[in-house]
Design a binder for this molecule. Structure first.
Ligand code: IMP
Length: 427
C-alpha cells in the first residue's frame, strides 16, 4: 500500500507540480488534502504549460484518478472553469472525484477575505483573496457549506442564512458594505450543483479501498510547511495544514498507511505575502533569482520575495513532517554565481541559533548566518545523472542534504518533465 505524501518544505511554490507530474505515470490516485485555489501548480508537458490552482496535478495523467479530499475548500466557479479549460485542450477530466465533505468557498467568503485584508491595512496577511481563510473559519465555526449541501435545497438555504446572519451584521455595521442576500447566494450555488454532481463521491472509502488493493496513492500538499496554520510563521500563514499530518485528516487516511513523505525543496528560498523571511534579498542577487527563476505567483501574478537557501527551515520541515526524502528543485537557477551563500544558522540578539525559534519575536529578529559554497557556470539542464553535474553543483547538493537532515532523491535541473535527475526512485 504505497501511500506517499508530497509537500512543500518552505513557503510554497517549490515546484510541486513538476514533482507530482514526474510520478504521475506510476501513481493511481493523486489527492489534494487541504487548501483551495490559493495554490498554483505549473506543470509543463512537452511544449504545453498548464497552470492548475484547485485540481490535483494528476489530472494530466490519463491513468490517474484525481481526488479532491474532504480537507480542501472548493470554489465551484473556479472548479468548473478549470475543468472546462482543460477539456478545451483535450484533457479528459471525467475521472475526478470530489469529497462530499469538502467545504465550498461561497461568494461571501471571498468578499470577507478581501474586506478583512483591506481593514487590516499595514497588518494585512497578503492573502490570495480567494476566500480561503473565511471558508475555513466557517468550517471551524460550524457554519460552513459543504459540497453535499448543494443537493438538499432546503438545508442549503438554511445554512446560507445562518452563515450570513452574523456576517451581514459585520459587513454592514463594521465594514460599511452592503448586506449579502441569502437567496441570491443559494441560487448561484444551486446553479453549479448539477455540473459538479458526477464527480461527488465518498472519497474516504475510495481511497482506503485503493490502499487495501495495493494501489499507489499520492497526497499532494498545497502551499508549504512554513505556511501551515499550526507549524508555520503564524499569523502569516494559510488557514489549513499543508504538513504531513494534514494528509491524514484532509483525506481520511490513517497515519499508519503513509509510507513515504517527500519534501519539495527549492535550491533557494521564496515567499509571497507578508511575514518574516530571514534570508530575503533586497539587492541585485534577489532580483536575479526572481528573473532567472521566473518567480512570479501562478495564482496571483505577484512577484515572489527571493532569498538564499535556508537550512534551518529545511531541517524544521524534516522534523515536523517526518520527511523521508527531498526533491530539490530549480538547481539550474543558481548556475552562474561564483559563490552561493547558504544559511546554516541564525543569529538572534547576539546568540547563534541552530533550530527554528518557536517564538515569533525571535524569528522576526533572526539574521542569517551564511556559509559560502563555490558556484558553477556550466549548463546543467541536460544532466541526466548526479555524476553529470559539475563538481561544485554536486557539492552544493550534498551540503544541502547534510544540512537538511533527509536524503535528496531527485533534482530538478529545468522546468520540463524530463529535466530531472532521479537518484532514488520514490515508488
Ligand atoms: P491565503 O491562503 O489566501 O489565505 O493566504 C495566506 C498566505 O499564504 C499569504 O501569504 C499567501 O501569499 C500565502 N499563500 C497561499 N497560497 C500559496 C501558495 O500556493 N504558494 C505560496 N504562498 C501561498
Amino acid at each position: 500500500m504505497p501511500a506517499l505524501v508530497l509537500l512543500g518544505a518552505q513557503w510554497g511554490d517549490e515546484g510541486k507540480g513538476k514533482a507530482t507530474d514526474l510520478l504521475g505515470g506510476s501513481v493511481d490516485y493523486v489527492v489534494r488534502y487541504q487548501g483551495g485555489n490559493n495554490a498554483g501548480h505549473t506543470v509543463v508537458v512537452g511544449d504545453q504549460k498548464y497552470a492548475l490552482h484547485l485540481l490535483p496535478s494528476g489530472i494530466l495523467s490519463p491513468d490517474c484518478t484525481p481526488v479532491i479530499g474532504n480537507g480542501v475548500v472548493v470554489d465551484p466557479s473556479v472548479l468548473l472553469s478549470e475543468l472546462s479549460g482543460l477539456n478545451e485542450r483535450g484533457i479528459d477530466t471525467s475521472k475526478l472525484l470530489i469529497s462530499g465533505n469538502a467545504h465550498i468557498i461561497t461568494p461571501y467568503n471571498v468578499t470577507v477575505d478581501k474586506v478583512t485584508e483591506r481593514f487590516l491595512g499595514k497588518r494585512k496577511i497578503g492573502t490570495t483573496g480567494r476566500g480561503i481563510g473565511p471558508t475555513y473559519a466557517d468550517k471551524i465555526n460550524r457554519v460552513g457549506i459543504r459540497v453535499q449541501d448543494l443537493y438538499d435545497e432546503s438545508i442549503l438555504a438554511q445554512k446560507v442564512e445562518a452563515a450570513l446572519d452574523a456576517k451581514n451584521q459585520i459587513l454592514t455595521k463594521l465594514y460599511n458594505r452592503r448586506a449579502i442576500v441569502a437567496d441570491q447566494v443559494v441560487e448561484e450555488l444551486l446553479g453549479y450543483a448539477e455540473q459538479i454532481k458526477p464527480y461527488v463521491a465518498d472519497t474516504v472509502l475510495v481511497l482506503n479501498q485503493a490502499l487495501e488493493d495495493n494501489k499507489v496513492v499520492l497526497f499532494e500538499g498545497g502551499q508549504g510547511t512554513l505556511l501551515d496554520i499550526d507549524h508555520g510563521t503564524y499569523p502569516f500563514v494559510t488557514s489549513s495544514n499543508p504538513t504531513a499530518g494534514g494528509a491524514c485528516t484532509g483525506a481520511g487516511v490513517g497515519p499508519t498507511k503513509i509510507s513515504r513523505v517527500i519534501g519539495i525543496l527549492k535550491a533557494y528560498t521564496t515567499r509571497v505575502g507578508a511575514g518574516p523571511f530571514p534570508t530575503e534579498l533586497f539587492d541585485e542577487d534577489g532580483e536575479a533569482l526572481r528573473r532567472i527563476g521566473g518567480e512570479r505567483g501562478v495564482t496571483t501574478g505577484r512577484d515572489r520575495r527571493c532569498g538564499w537557501f535556508d537550512a534551518v527551515i529545511a531541517r524544521y520541515a524534516t522534523r515536523v513532517n517526518g520527511l523521508t526524502d527531498f526533491f530539490l528543485t530549480k538547481l539550474d537557477v543558481l548556475t552562474g554565481w561564483e559563490e552561493i551563500p547558504v544559511c546554516v544558522a541564525y543569529e538572534i540578539d547576539g546568540r547563534r541559533v541552530q533550530e527554528l525559534p518557536y517564538s515569533q519575536t525571535d524569528f522576526h529578529h533572526a539574521k542569517p548566518v551564511y556559509e559560502m559554497l563555490p558556484g558553477w557556470s556550466e549548463d546543467i539542464t541536460k544532466a541526466k545523472t548526479f555524476a553529470d553535474l559539475p563538481k561544485n553543483a554536486q557539492d552544493y547538493v550534498k551540503a544541502l542534504e547534510e544540512l537538511s537532515g533527509a536524503p535528496i532523491s531527485a533534482i530538478g535541473v529545468g522546468p520540463g518533465r524530463d529535466e530531472t535527475i532521479e537518484i532514488n526512485s520514490f515508488i
